[in-house]
Design a protein around this ligand. Structure first.
Ligand code: UQ1
Length: 441
């Protein structure tokens, strides 16, 4: 965070303490709302901002236990020392929509037949409409010894607030040897991030003159480097040119900190069913992820645990006054903040249509998602596509599968501004209209 922003951050927090905020846990809460939004992340805030502006004071509640809201797409840059951690965070009280009530608690269970949610403190909150935007659960404990080794002796992850800065620290301290980067076989948020960490570390080691003393291996649980071949083919060329070895169908299961070894299960190909143990000097881990436990165990979940919504309308398949978007939803596209820009516009249109009873044509989500694949400290491949059709949906009138400095700058400098100033305030519906403007659709 730059000095001016940091000072603004602190003085706003100070002001909130002195004059008292109309948000937060010290306010008496109603127990009934027109709309209850579960989750104060990218999806929850984009929806709650517009709905609370439209429906007025205290019609909308946002349930979230977190003190801090993170712009997680910045964490790849933070892990490479290209942005500071402070730039990725804001106090939740600062980003909560002015006219919404913040219920600073977690959800213990849902009772969609009664239109209520029960909080961890036992309180029951009732709603006319429910929006579930609870994000994805990172299952750190599913990799043996990961919780106690993370952030120590070369083991790091860009997926945790308390280890992301360690990535940069360990990359800088690395003196050569075996560097391993992992990606699990489960769905994850930002499926490109595991390999972005590798491209940025490799560049740093090359610049430090230790590249010839370094073996770099990428282990993915999947059978492809990227779901969409247009981008995957370019990434394969980059891996080849930069001598990055890709190992498919390999799932990290255990870290042995004493011997500095990583253990992988081989889950496909010729050696399916066997294990592989490799020594590491640097290990960037992306753990398996799943739907949050409190959703998995609820009536809202499909067989895989995700909130079971219609892929076009985002409305729940069984409970018609329930919607979901983002990482915890069953929407069959890749889980990114960019996807949420398009999803939130559809959800708001359809939900306000229900509330106003105007009988407008429902809006339909087309599966738009995007992955800004950072390939170096000046280059990026901006993948934009529909997860439903697999077809590219690029915004700009040039081939976005080629590495570009323009899309690098866009992702590093402009998109975070769009996020803080517009997306979480409910006024950014994604780049679809620019796609039409540039004639690239
Ligand atoms: C986007 O709108 C967005 O949300 C603000 C992101 O989230 C981090 C993105 O990564 C991307 C790529 C977009 C798309 C925006 C443009 C201008 C292509």
């Amino acid at each position: 965070m730059n000095a001016a922003r940091s000072t603004a951050f602190q003085s706003r927090r100070f002001l909130a303490q002195v004059v008292g905020s109309n948000k937060g846990q010290d306010q008496p809460k109603a127990s009934s709302y027109k709309v209850v939004v579960v989750g104060g992340g990218a999806g929850g805030l984009s929806v709650a901002s517009t709905l609370s502006e439209t429906l007025g004071n205290n019609a909308v509640a946002v349930i979230d236990p977190s003190d801090v809201h993170y712009y997680q797409p910045l964490w790849t840059f933070v892990g490479a020392g290209l942005k500071t951690f402070d730039e990725s965070k804001m106090p939740m009280s600062e980003v909560m929509p002015e006219k919404a009530q913040w219920i600073k608690n977690s959800v213990a269970s849902f009772s969609p037949n009664k239109n209520t949610v029960t909080l961890a403190n036992g309180d029951s909150i009732s709603y006319d409409y429910l929006v579930v935007a609870a994000g994805i659960q990172v299952n750190w404990g599913k990799i043996k010894n990961l919780p106690q080794t993370l952030g120590k002796n070369g083991v790091t992850s860009n997926y945790a607030a308390d280890s992301v800065e360690k990535t940069n620290e360990f990359v800088k301290a690395f003196k050569g040897g075996n560097a391993l980067f992992t990606m699990p076989s489960t769905p994850i948020k930002c499926a490109g991030a595991p390999q972005k960490a590798m491209y940025l570390a490799e560049e740093q080691w090359r610049k430090a003159g230790i590249r010839d003393k370094t073996n770099i291996n990428y282990f993915t649980g999947l059978g492809k480097i990227f779901a969409i071949d247009k981008y995957g083919n370019e990434l394969l060329k980059i891996c080849k040119a930069r001598n990055l070895n890709i190992n498919y169908f390999t799932d990290l299961t255990e870290i042995k900190p004493d011997t500095k070894e990583a253990v992988f299960n081989i889950i496909g190909g010729d050696k399916k069913g066997s294990q592989l143990t490799l020594p590491y000097d640097f290990l960037h881990v992306v753990p398996p992820m799943s739907s949050p436990d409190f959703i998995k165990s609820s009536e809202l979940a499909n067989a895989d645990g995700w909130v079971d919504v219609n892929k076009d309308t985002l409305r729940h398949n069984k409970f018609s006054n329930v919607y979901s978007l983002g990482d915890c939803s069953s929407l069959p596209t890749s889980k990114t903040a960019a996807a949420i820009t398009a999803q939130s516009a559809v959800l708001k249109h359809n939900l306000l249509n229900d509330i106003n009873g105007e009988g407008k044509e429902p809006s339909k989500y087309d599966g738009y998602t995007s992955c800004p694949l950072i390939t170096g400290s000046e280059t990026l491949i901006l993948a934009e596509f529909s997860g439903y059709t697999g077809k590219p949906q690029e915004t700009f009138p040039f081939d976005q599968s080629k590495e570009s400095y323009l899309t690098y700058l866009l992702t590093k400098e402009l998109i975070p501004e769009i996020y803080w100033k517009s997306m979480i305030k409910g006024t950014w519906d994604g780049p679809a209209k620019y796609r039409k403007l540039f004639g690239s659709a």
